[in-house]
Design a protein around this ligand. Structure first.
Ligand code: DLZ
Length: 158
């Protein structure tokens, strides 16, 4: 699962699907907002670069990553081609981290199995803020960019 310390956000964008005519929802957690805003910016700018109209990118804020599940479920049948959930969970001193990470991953997996449009998982699960910064516009790229590319690929799945 390791990114081998590489920046995975460098794409040949001529190989990434065109987003013209697509409608994409982004659900954004307010916890660790300095990280989730960077992820959102990476995702939004990538969708626009690939010709998704700004007015067809709809943003919905939720309080924390745990609420991303309900947020995605809430919009999944509202005529979107893909949904991206954006969160940043940072390990604390208790087991809370493990429960939230597991619950969010399972909840989003379930929506992908049972729902009517793909839900892309852009949730960082880091040991500390430095790791989160490295992956939200830092030395390992921006997972928001990678999530947007995944959304375009899944929306155009044939
Ligand atoms: C409570 C909590 C804690 C301790 N840490 C985080 C975190 O690092 N990242 C995150 O997205 N959310 C956190 N939360 C909030 C929970 O996700 C959730 O919003 C609350 O438990 C209310 O359901």
């Amino acid at each position: 699962m390791s990114s081998s310390q590489k920046n995975l956000s460098n794409y040949d964008f001529s190989m990434v699907p065109n987003g013209k005519g697509l409608r994409i929802a982004l659900i954004v957690s307010e916890w660790n907002s300095q990280i989730t805003e960077q992820l959102y910016n990476g995702a939004e700018s990538t969708l626009i670069k690939q010709n998704v109209k700004k007015s067809d990118i709809l943003r919905f804020n939720v309080p924390g990553s745990f609420e991303l599940i309900y947020g995605a479920k809430h919009v999944q049948n509202k005529n979107f081609n893909a949904v991206i959930v954006i969160g940043s969970i940072i390990k604390g001193e208790t087991k809370h981290f493990d429960f939230i990470c597991q619950a969010v991953a399972n909840g989003i997996a379930s929506l992908n199995s049972n729902g009517i449009c793909p839900v892309i998982f852009c949730v960082l699960t880091d040991n500390d803020i430095d790791q989160a910064e490295d992956r939200s516009g830092g030395k390992y790229g921006n997972k928001g960019i990678e999530a947007a590319v995944s959304a375009l690929k899944m929306a155009k799945l044939t």
